[in-house]
Ligand binder design. Sequence first.
Ligand SMILES: *Cc1c(COP(=O)(O)O)cnc(C)c1O
Length: 216
Amino acid sequence: MTSIESRWHQLTSALPSGVNLLAVSKGHPADAIRDLVACGQLDFGESRVQEALPKQNALADLPQIRWHFIGRLQANKVRAVVKAFRWIHSIDSLALAERTSRIALEEQQQPTALLQVKLRDDPAKGGWEIDALKDAWPELQALQGLQISGLMTMAPLGVGAEDRSALFRECRHLADALGLEHCSMGMSGDWREAAAAGATWVRLGSVLFGPRQLPT
Ligand SMILES: *Cc1c(COP(=O)(O)O)cnc(C)c1O
């Protein structure tokens, strides 16, 4: 077993039931993904289209892989993302949701969409403020091209464990209030708190694959 495979076995056995592992493969080559597919991992996250497409081509013999887009989504990349990814975790505005829905209908796709929320001030990150999300909610629900299934959030850098737990619980409460199943929250440094707070997806990169090797 490679070290990645043994870390995968340790992490998946440590996750509470109901918490899915999204293997964040950005910065790692297609071969590392292939090794994890052999273990049974099928969900992989990438944050840049340019990096993901060559890997998807190299892994075209593994159609069982489910690709998740987790990066900031630029308007001019929406079509490429809709064609290549089944899940999009980073819908952060009504304009982007509308555009993605329209293009998904044109491409006869129906991606599962998560709305990225910002529960603390953080100039480094995008995301909906809670009030803006509640205001836009009726319009979001009416979009035919997206299956809006949950929320995604990230804790700002430098926030302590207790406040991270509080933030993740707030995300879970908001998802429950909106009737949404999924919360995509928790990364290598904070997945335990996120899992305890009700995450359905933890997005793990370096704790699984080791330090990133390719520029991302
Ligand atoms: C890179 C990335 C991750 C994984 O980060 P690690 O700290 O390496 O686990 C998770 N979510 C998003 C949105 C990312 O961009």
